[in-house]
Design a protein around this ligand. Structure first.
Ligand SMILES: Nc1ncnc2c1ncn2[C@@H]1O[C@H](COP(=O)(O)OP(=O)(O)O)[C@@H](O)[C@H]1O
Ligand SMILES: O=C(CO)[C@@H](O)[C@H](O)COP(=O)(O)O
Length: 485
């Protein structure tokens, strides 16, 4: 039998690195590797980029195909600020996407130029997660570290550069910085935050190699390395996503997105106007508190994470890390509506509901990006108005029955569970395979059938729960405020 062409896809996410060795012809997973990351949460949310490299090396080796792989690509957690000195060593630990210390700088950026300007010029209104706000925070609070910085990278850029020696990024991940546009880096933004564009990597176009593996790394020297991208863009590739199909990803972050033909421009800031990893767009809403927050509530209650009970009137907003959607970066968790007969299982269900609510509330806005611009007659009559279309449920939480049922109950939509796991790593593998075959990476994933899986039918939408949560959030916004302090 002929040897398969094997590619490796890597997901370097918040909690861990996962690597898959994949048969480029069939999409069959031939080997897997995984290694954990440490996140330092004492002051904000930080990780040492060196440990991502060690985790990548370990996970890639564990696939069993490192010395035979014919191409590799990396999907990485978005937004993180990696600062390197003149020798290429990290100046300080990376500031992660969920570090809200940069909220005052994000608010300043919005005040300075206006939300409408950001939406029109950059496609997104920056929040604390955006790299531009993180760099502004570094400039303001650690000017010595900002001055020592000779290169600014995103997490996946950093890893691709360690593999290849090439300073590179891609349009998808770059679109989460707050300084990228399809026409280049935005000089006004960079000037305002005091970031020299010479410190930034070149944007490698989709379908081209970012470079080739150097000796001393985990791969055979010379192995081609595809551009890689942000983890959400990689999962969109991994699903072979087509416009209008909604995805809900339940991981450290919760995200809801689709691919769109039109560039998003939401001045409210709920929907980020990311680029996808090809030539389209990825309207996306993101929460900071998802699986980890719900697991934490389960631990506090001393219950298994699946051990939920229906009913009751409790609302639990599990904003343990502050929150991004709704934009309450300084919020903490809130419990409301307790009664004598509230059970621990109902409290746990309320945590799931509180975590899922804002993602599902943003779904129509995400889907409206194409629908609303298709012409007045069809506005709102496209995908947003198609409640029959299943939501593709992915990420670690998608394995959990309680998550699946929560999404069905609060959305009123069917939910599809792709049988393929690790869609970020699969999307990266599809990018690597596309380098070998000349196909588009999303077409590779569709050929592999990665989105196939059982569909759970819709449940009646629980409008009473949605109403309770919406009311509590609006009261909380008034109580806890959105200001920088
Ligand atoms: N069976 C399950 N039920 C619910 N949650 C799960 C299950 N298995 C894993 N998880 C959750 O998945 C999360 C990890 O998801 P993952 O998508 O790998 O995260 P990330 O990519 O953000 O690091 C963990 O926080 C864990 O709580
Ligand atoms: O900030 C965002 C999206 O804008 C997050 O989705 C990060 O990309 C982190 O991803 P995970 O580690 O949760 O996969």
């Amino acid at each position: 039998m002929a040897h398969p062409q094997v590619v490796i896809g890597v997901d370097s996410s918040t909690q861990s690195t996962k690597a898959l060795a994949v048969d480029a012809d069939t999409g069959r997973v031939l080997g897997e590797g995984r290694a954990p990351h440490r996140v330092d949460s004492r002051h904000g949310q930080e990780s040492d980029p060196d440990q991502w490299w060690d985790a990548l090396t370990t996970a890639v080796a564990a696939t069993g195909w490192a010395d035979r792989a014919q191409a590799l690509a990396i999907g990485g957690q978005q937004h993180g600020l990696v600062t390197l000195d003149a020798a290429g060593a990290p100046v300080r630990p990376a500031l992660l996407w969920n570090d809200v210390r940069s909220a005052p700088q994000a608010a300043d950026l919005v005040r300075k130029f206006g939300a409408d300007w950001w939406a029109a010029e950059l496609g997104s209104v920056p929040g604390a997660s955006f790299t531009a706000a993180k760099w502004a925070w570094l400039r303001a609070t650690e000017p010595g570290n900002a001055d020592r910085t000779a290169a600014v990278r995103l997490p996946h850029d950093y890893l691709t550069e360690r593999l290849t020696g090439t300073a590179t990024t891609d349009r998808g991940d770059a679109s989460g910085t707050g300084w990228w546009t399809p026409d280049g880096y935005h000089a006004t933004v960079l000037d305002h935050i005091g970031l020299d564009p010479a410190l930034l990597p070149a944007v490698t176009p989709a379908g081209t190699a970012a470079g080739h593996a150097l000796p001393g790394g985990p791969l055979r020297p010379g192995t081609p390395i595809a551009t890689g991208t942000g983890d959400n863009m990689a999962a969109a590739l991994g699903l072979g996503l087509t416009p209008g199909t909604p995805v809900l990803s339940l991981g450290t972050s919760g995200t809801v997105y689709t691919v769109a033909r039109n560039r998003p421009a939401d001045p409210t800031g709920t929907v980020a106007g990311f680029a996808d990893a090809l030539d389209g767009w990825l309207p996306l809403a993101c929460t900071l508190n998802c699986t980890l927050a719900v697991d934490r509530v389960a631990t506090l209650l001393g219950r298994d994470r699946q051990d939920v009970e229906p009913g009751g009137t409790a609302v639990l907003l599990p904003y343990l890390d502050g929150e991004r959607t709704p934009a309450l970066p300084h919020a903490s968790g809130l419990l409301h509506g307790l009664r004598h007969d509230t059970t621990p299982g109902q409290l746990l269900q309320a945590a799931y509901d509180g975590a899922a609510y804002s993602l599902l509330a943003a779904l129509d806005d995400v889907l409206a990006v194409d629908g609303a611009t298709a012409g007045a007659a069809t506005a709102g009559a496209g995908a947003a108005a198609d409640p029959e279309r299943p939501i593709l449920l992915i990420g670690g939480g998608a394995q959990g029955r309680a998550w699946q049922d929560t999404v069905r109950r609060l959305s009123g939509r069917p939910v599809q569970l792709p049988a393929a796991r690790e869609l970020v790593a699969l999307g990266a593998a599809a990018q690597a395979a596309a380098l070998l075959t000349g196909e588009s990476a999303d077409a590779v994933a569709r050929r592999w059938g990665t989105a196939d899986g059982p569909v759970l039918p819709a449940l009646a939408r629980d409008d009473a729960a949605l109403e309770r949560i919406a009311t509590t959030i609006s009261q909380m916004a008034a109580l806890q405020g959105n200001g920088a302090h």
